[in-house]
Design a binder for this molecule. Structure first.
Ligand SMILES: Cc1cc2nc3c(=O)[nH]c(=O)nc-3n(C[C@H](O)[C@H](O)[C@H](O)COP(=O)(O)OP(=O)(O)OC[C@H]3O[C@@H](n4cnc5c(N)ncnc54)[C@H](O)[C@@H]3O)c2cc1C
Length: 293
């Protein structure tokens, strides 16, 4: 089953009710495991926090993974993608065939280029649904994600240069690349909001063998960053969070977090790296990405 979720809305929902327990503006610098097994996290502002367990959810550039599993590698897939959005209005809806309102549609062009579109539609506007639950959510309207991708050799600019470009510059690249495509595709690109655009090199981790469990663990992109080609990075991160929460809740009764973390990691390493491999195979087939090393 597939479900389209807006990142900002999901983030607001996940934070609802736990605002007091979340502190922003702290950047982790490193951690240390003490003799008694407890972990101390050190932040760049000189402050520290101590706990029984450290859960690294710090994404693809994870500071914790660099320190803890320094042999784990993140590699470039060879594909660059420009991401943006087309607001869905009565007029722009007509640009998309009915089946493009399914999950993700790839429109392939010459030289391995492609345009990907995927709908994000709300059965009830988030602000109204939030108000019914007593939550003040920011307004978001229906949109179609619209991304243009190609192999790195196709682009005249390096990944760093692309990343530094503003929306108008990225929009110009997309417009030129699709200049002789089907008129409806050109119209879709014309309606992609320049300010919504950003460029990313697609990256993936390289799966590693299991490691001995300690009081430091990882979840999400920090341990299994994957090609977006299977659309399962965020889903797998949420699966980790649910599984880890259940394991640690059970462990609280007998005060044995390591056994709980071992059970979580055994399962996560299996399904997490399977998702990485599935993403790489999909990415090779549909986006022209490099195979996993
Ligand atoms: C353009 C794009 C499209 C995608 N599409 C999909 C999709 O369709 N479906 C899907 O399932 N997945 C998709 N993904 C993948 C998905 O976004 C990720 O898998 C998911 O966000 C991983 O969540 P995470 O919490 O592990 O990491 P992140 O979302 O990267 O969050 C990590 C957090 O840690 C913070 N952080 C980093 N370093 C530090 C530090 N030193 N100290 C303190 N905080 C730190 C960051 O600021 C960030 O807030 C997509 C990814 C991209 C880039």
């Amino acid at each position: 089953m597939s479900l389209a979720v807006d990142r900002l809305v999901l983030r607001q929902l996940l934070l609802a009710g736990i605002e007091d327990a979340v502190e922003f503006g702290k950047e982790l610098r490193c951690y240390a495991i003490q003799r008694d097994g407890r972990v101390v996290a050190h932040f760049t502002d000189g402050s520290r926090a101590e706990g029984d367990v450290l859960v690294a959810a710090d994404g693809v550039n994870s500071v914790v993974r660099h320190q803890y599993l320094s042999h784990a590698r993140i590699v470039d897939t060879g594909v660059r993608q420009l991401y943006g959005a087309v607001p869905l209005t009565d007029r722009t809806r007509n640009l998309f065939d009915e089946d493009m309102f399914g999950v993700f549609t790839v429109i392939t062009g010459p030289e391995g280029t492609y345009l990907g579109v995927a709908p994000v539609q709300f059965p009830v506007p988030p602000q109204r649904a939030g108000a019914m639950a007593g939550l003040a959510l920011l307004p978001v309207s229906d949109y179609m994600t619209c991304s243009f991708g190609a192999r790195r050799e196709w682009f005249a600019d390096s990944a760093d240069t692309l990343r530094a470009m503003n929306g108008a510059q990225l929009h110009a690249i997309m417009t030129a690349a699709t200049g002789d495509w089907h008129p409806r595709v050109r119209e879709i690109v014309a309606n992609c909001v320049p300010d919504s655009l950003f460029a990313l090199p697609l990256r993936t981790c390289v799966p590693i063998d299991p490691w001995p469990t300690t009081s430091v663990t990882l979840l999400g992109d920090a341990i299994h960053a994957m090609s977006p080609a299977a659309g399962s990075g965020a889903c797998t991160a949420l699966r980790d969070a649910a599984r880890l929460t259940a394991a640690l809740t059970d462990a609280a009764a007998d005060d044995d977090p390591i056994t709980a973390l071992r059970a979580y990691e055994t399962a996560m390493i299996d399904y997490g790296f399977a998702a990485v491999r599935a993403g790489a195979i999909n990415g090779q087939r549909h986006l022209g990405q490099d195979p996993l090393p």
